[in-house]
Design a protein around this ligand. Sequence first.
Ligand code: GBH
Length: 460
Amino acid sequence: MRTPERPARLTFPDNFLWGSATASYQIEGSPTRHGGGPSVWDEMCRQPGKVYRGHSGMTACDHYKFFKEDVAMMKDLGHKVYRFSLSWPRLFPEGVGRRNDDGYRFYNELVDELLKADIKPFITMFHWDYPHALFQRGGWMNPESPEWFEAYAKDAVGFLSDRVTDWITMNETVVFLIMGHLTGEHAPGIRFGRADVMLMLKHALLSHGRACMAIREHAKKAPRVSYAPVAGVDYPVTETPEAIEAARKSTFAASPSNFFWSPSLYFEPVLKGVWPEDAAAYLGADDPKITQAELAVMNQKIDVLGLNFYQGNPVEPSADGVTKVAPKVGEPRTGFEWPVTPDAIYWSVRFFWERYGVPLFITENGTSALDWVALDGRVHDGGRIDYTRRYLQWLHRATAEGIPVEGYTHWSLMDNFEWAEGYKQRFGMVHVDFETLKRTPKDSAYWYRDVIASNGESIW
Ligand code: GBH
């Protein structure tokens, strides 16, 4: 792995927002307590063999109970921003119609607690816990689904926008659509054909657009609207102009080899109001045939574009575009066995900035590791420190080149329910003992506290 030279002067902006990210189903627990409704993830966890060892989000970190302690912990650790999600079925047990006021009570208290601690709330409206009742009505396949999402977004904004200004409509459209409905690894865990999944994509993108409009129309405080897609890229292993151009081209092409993960399916309609021609050609009869009017709904102004970045694919230019660079024997990998590709975060930020010109925010980045509490009572997660240090060094290069990056929320604040992997993968800077629910900040949490205090100086 390469690393950039330490610059003479660091260029993270003075008001750079350092913090961490979580999601409702992964940390809260008690999803159906006090009137909440089940989500597709509650149903998924009940099905044998779908989630590692039959784990579920029933208790998770019990953040629902311990949120005050968790906010106090974030404050101790110096976090300035906290990205979290609202559980749609906690607020609307049937997804639409009847509101559950107890759900709002929880989020109201959480927001108040954050503001008291001087931590900026950054809210994701949808991070995969889709109301089961709406799934029974066809879920994303139902042409009414954009209206459902809009109604929910409008209501949430109405309740929280007297204090909250920063909103993300949805997290990683590709994951809940493709892993949820095409490969079936995630909830609802049913495999549909590609024409159906592309129709769901159309409805999800319309939902995003309508939620953006609802936020602008109903926010009490001037809102900042955001979107948080997976931001993996093909990136050049050598920095020649030809290699850079080839990597850029293949990043934005709807490549047949990994078609459903092509960023352009999720970025182009939202940021340019365009459905990629190569996607339409590839899909043929299964193309969702998105109209100009629908593209106009999807293409709402985004104030800050969230990037969830974990890994890129190294490529080299070749006669017909690019070829993937084979992994080296024994290359560094995370606990999940995802390759560690720090330089790729720079290319991600650069490619998405050059193409869309919207200020950026790293809404997720992090690594899972096999962490445990050592005999000295501490958690020595040196791998996470090195991973984050390297990714931040490359992120810094983007800011040094003048690319506006407003903040970084590390995934994740604490170990949590890692979807189909249950509690096996630990992504937190804070260790959670899932039997006692005891929180133990890992070495990385203290390291990150210094990074924040020095506005990034200590990453070199
Ligand atoms: C995020 O998903 C989620 O938002 C979060 O809830 C989750 O806990 C966290 O990450 C950790 O998993 O780029 O084609 O090579 C990230 C899921 C990670 C899925 C990278 C795709 C690589 C596919 N993605 N992965 S590709």
